[in-house]
Design a binder for this molecule. Structure first.
Ligand SMILES: Cc1cc2nc3c(=O)[nH]c(=O)nc-3n(C[C@H](O)[C@H](O)[C@H](O)COP(=O)(O)O)c2cc1C
Length: 201
């Protein structure tokens, strides 16, 4: 129940498929505090978006978009976090921590959902499922390219001022994918027995 997952026999797997599965099964989230420069390049983020667009998506509604912050844009995100902290009774060193929180990883990728609740073919829960698949494919693609990443949300993602800075009418700020170069090897999490999710009908 812990340590690196073991690949079973997989007699049908190609060598490439086996290697890809090996990588997939060793994707662990990495907190922003363990992520340093360099972050993914524009070309690598393009590849990440291609992977996200491979998520299962009924009628190809594409119910998500990404907004990338680095450099000056990360400073704007930091200012929003400081403003958030100030409105929640923080001052001094605690506001510095708010700022540092936004600047920890070299790239913050806002995940913005575009769910149409009035869609009469693809219900909202299917659109949300695609958003989750896109996030999973995005963090996996970053991992495959050698980057660490972690999806985070929390209270800041629900703050009206922070939401307004990211979203257009009808959109939802899901949170941010922090991405960068791992400062340490990822720690394997306790593995969950697949038998607890795999059963017979
Ligand atoms: C939409 C979404 C929001 C999340 N928000 C947070 C968060 O705010 N803080 C956090 O520690 N983990 C959050 N997580 C969970 C982490 O991204 C991560 O999956 C978790 O720490 C387990 O690590 P693992 O991916 O290595 O299994 C969120 C995950 C999702 C899908």
């Amino acid at each position: 129940m812990s340590g690196e997952p073991e690949l079973p026999g997989l007699p049908g797997a190609t060598p490439e498929g086996r290697a890809a599965l090996g990588l997939l099964l060793t994707r662990y989230s990495m907190s922003a505090k363990y992520l340093g420069a360099p972050g993914p390049t524009d070309e690598e983020l393009w590849t990440m978006a291609m992977a996200a667009l491979r998520a299962p998506d009924h009628e190809k509604r594409i119910p998500f978009r990404f907004a990338v912050a680095r450099g000056e844009a990360l400073e704007r995100l930091a200012a929003l976090f400081v403003d958030y902290g100030g409105r929640h009774g923080k001052a001094g060193a605690d506001l510095d921590k708010e700022r540092a929180k936004a600047l920890e990883a070299p790239v913050a990728i806002a995940v913005i959902a575009r769910i149409n609740p009035a869609d009469d073919v693809v219900p909202a829960h299917e659109q949300w499922t695609t958003v989750g698949g896109a996030i999973a494919n995005a963090v996996n693609a970053l991992h495959f390219m050698g980057y660490g990443a972690k999806m985070v949300a929390g209270a800041r993602a629900a703050d009206p001022a922070i939401v307004a800075a990211h979203c257009r009418e009808g959109e939802t700020l899901v949170g941010w994918i922090s991405a960068g170069t791992p400062r340490a090897p990822a720690k394997a999490r306790g593995e969950v027995d697949p038998g607890c999710v795999l059963g017979a009908f």
